[in-house]
Design a protein around this ligand. Structure first.
Ligand code: CAA
Ligand code: NAD
Length: 289
């Protein structure tokens, strides 16, 4: 493959909070997308979410009636990783768990042509370690979109130890073609974004656990006092508390410093299945979920 212009079709593996947004953004920018999840009902849920979010953009931007359906029609749902056979770029966006990602990368490496780039949207897991699972470590890279993907400008591009300059250049070009701003980062736990963001969220959970203030007070201080668009507890609910806990675990183990220990209240809420918006309850309640 010579460059980003040769990429017409991508595969996105995992259609959850991030995967459906990534698929939406590629399709909106003219790419065909294969969106893969573990079960047909998860695929249907992802396609329905994209449909709703496109309608919202269509209403705001006064698109002609056929534009949103046309974009949605470019996203094909499925459950088989075999789609990697004819996609020059695959972006993995499954659960933040090394064991789950390992299974996906081994399978993708077995079916995808040798020149295919395998990207991960991981929030914190080592790209070098993921790349070492494959026979193509030079073509494995981190393409870290931010949530909500259609809205956020940044893509953090993470270079594993073996990632080639050609793989980096193509990923950077593609990010620009999506209208995003790429930032180059070397592979260390949590990269830039979550090395800095997640300890703040974890500290907000300690602040709540220790009874310093209510959830509303903590979020209001950070919104009105620091001009954050949303408070850290509401943001944790948007991200997913399971994802926040996994990221803290990676920081704690990977950097070996007790300052990254996950807050016990965060652990307890994840154990209860209170995962934030996606489960209907986190630090706040979301009756529609
Ligand atoms: N699809 C399309 N558009 C969407 C959308 C979606 N899923 N979600 C929101 N929008 C759009 C809305 O249509 C609206 O557009 P306009 O500005 O044109 O009106 C805009 O986003 C704002 O949305 P709302 O008015 O509904 O709500 P809001 O003003 O409260 O903004 C927010 C919502 C964009 C989420 C804002 O609160 C925000 O920026 N929050 C912080 C988000 C953040 O920090 N993200 C990073 C998380 S960390 C991460 O992603 C990395 C990781 O690894 C964990
Ligand atoms: P999520 O829990 O919302 O969705 C994960 C999806 O992966 C689910 O739809 C699940 O069914 C699917 N999945 C799990 N195992 C699978 C398998 N074997 N095959 C196919 N699909 C499978 O998680 P998310 O928030 O979308 O996170 C996905 C990735 O993106 C994680 O690595 C996470 O760290 C990263 N990320 C998350 C955020 C965020 O704010 N949530 C931001 C940036 C990056």
């Amino acid at each position: 493959m010579s460059g980003a212009d040769d990429v017409k079709k991508v595969a996105v593996i995992g259609g959850g909070t991030m995967g459906n947004g990534i698929a939406q953004v590629f399709a909106t920018n003219g790419f065909d997308v294969e969106l893969i999840d573990a079960k047909p009902e998860f695929v249907q849920r992802a396609l329905a979410t994209i449909g709703r979010n496109l309608e919202r953009v269509a209403k705001k931007q006064e698109w002609p009636a056929d534009k949103a359906p046309g974009i949605l029609a470019r996203v094909h749902g499925g459950t088989s990783l075999d789609v990697a056979k004819d996609c020059p770029l695959v972006i993995e966006a499954v659960t933040e768990d090394f064991a789950v990602k390992k299974q996906i990368f081994l399978a993708l490496d077995a079916v995808a042509p040798a020149e295919t780039i395998l990207a991960s949207n991981t929030s914190s897991i080592s790209i070098t370690e993921i790349a070492a699972l494959t026979k193509r470590p030079a073509q494995v890279i981190g393409m870290h979109f931010m949530n909500p993907v259609p809205v956020m400008q940044l893509i953090e591009i993470i270079r594993g130890l073996a990632t080639s300059d050609a793989t980096y250049a193509l990923t950077e070009d593609l990010s620009k073609r999506l209208g995003k701003t790429p930032v180059e980062v070397n592979d260390y736990p949590g990269f830039i974004s979550n090395r800095i963001l997640m300890p703040m969220i974890n500290e907000a959970v300690y602040t709540l656990m220790e009874g310093v203030a209510t959830r509303e007070a903590i979020d209001t201080v950070m919104k009105l006092g620091m001009n954050h668009p949303m408070g850290p507890l509401a943001l944790a609910d948007l991200i997913g508390l399971d994802t926040c806990l996994s990221i803290m675990e990676v920081l704690h183990v990977g950097l070996g410093d007790s300052k990254y220990r996950p807050c016990p209240l965060l652990r307890k809420m994840v154990a209860a299945g209170w995962l934030g918006r996606k489960s209907g309850r986190g630090f706040y309640e979301y009756p529609q979920a």
